[in-house]
Design a protein around this ligand. Structure first.
Ligand code: HEC
Length: 197
């Protein structure tokens, strides 16, 4: 019987390992392509120079971010290097203030306060915070809120003042804008009500 021959099992082990290694390499390359900035699902950092919207895609049966015309952030057009440096600063602010102690990103973190993945697209910036802060646009209203969350509180749970400087708040807003452009396959669901803007 061939099953009594150790060579049969050796050949079987070698060929399955070879196939699995090939599959792993393919999946790694494919995931990196989807996850990296500038990859399939994640726009490059310079997307902060453009308008980001959200629309329901009938074919996919879910919400997808849209990238539109130029919409400068704080009146400035960021080069690729400048955008990367700004978003890096934003990420450090978010890490150093432990925003995830209360919030989630992509569903990871604490469930005390709203998920921030699509915070930039929250209609509340236009409907509530622009009038409340009396700022001319969403980015500036977000900076005002992040610097003085207790003053501009809209909820029974309050966000504490985390002593963000204006630069830090701007970098955080840029980070949140970039984040909102990522195709998250419709996550989080609650943002289904957001209207494209
Ligand atoms: C101690 C808990 C806590 C921490 C830490 C915290 N937040 Fe918040 N955050 C809240 C709460 C509560 C709200 C809702 C406040 C309101 O609506 O008045 C909120 C609201 C927000 C909103 C508005 C979300 C929306 O779409 O309505 C943003 C943006 C935000 N936080 C960003 C941040 C960032 C960035 C950090 C870290 C630098 C941070 N938060 C840290 C509790 C927290």
């Amino acid at each position: 019987m061939f099953t009594h021959d150790p060579k049969f099992w050796r050949a079987g082990a070698i060929s399955s390992i070879t196939v699995m290694v090939a599959v792993l390499i393919f999946l790694t390359v494919d995931s990196l392509d989807a996850m990296q900035a500038g990859g399939r699902n994640v726009p490059p950092y310079t997307v902060i120079n453009q308008q980001i919207g959200y629309r329901y895609d009938d074919d996919r049966g879910g919400w997808v971010p849209t990238i539109g015309a130029t919409e400068l952030l704080f009146g400035k057009k960021y080069s690729a290097d400048e955008a990367e440096a700004l978003l890096h600063q934003g990420k450090l602010v978010i890490q150093s203030r432990a925003c995830m102690d209360c919030h989630t990103f992509f569903g990871n973190g604490a469930y005390f306060a709203p998920d921030l993945t699509k915070a930039w697209l929250d209609p509340a910036w236009h409907n509530v915070w622009i009038p409340f802060t009396q700022k001319p646009d969403r980015a500036k209203a977000m900076v005002a809120f992040l610097m003085h969350p207790e003053k501009y509180a809209t909820w029974n749970r309050k966000m504490p003042d985390l002593n963000l400087s204006e630069d830090e708040a701007r970098a955080t807003v840029a980070y949140l804008k970039w984040l909102s452009s990522i195709d998250t396959n419709g996550f989080p669901n609650a943002f289904g009500h957001a209207t494209p803007q």
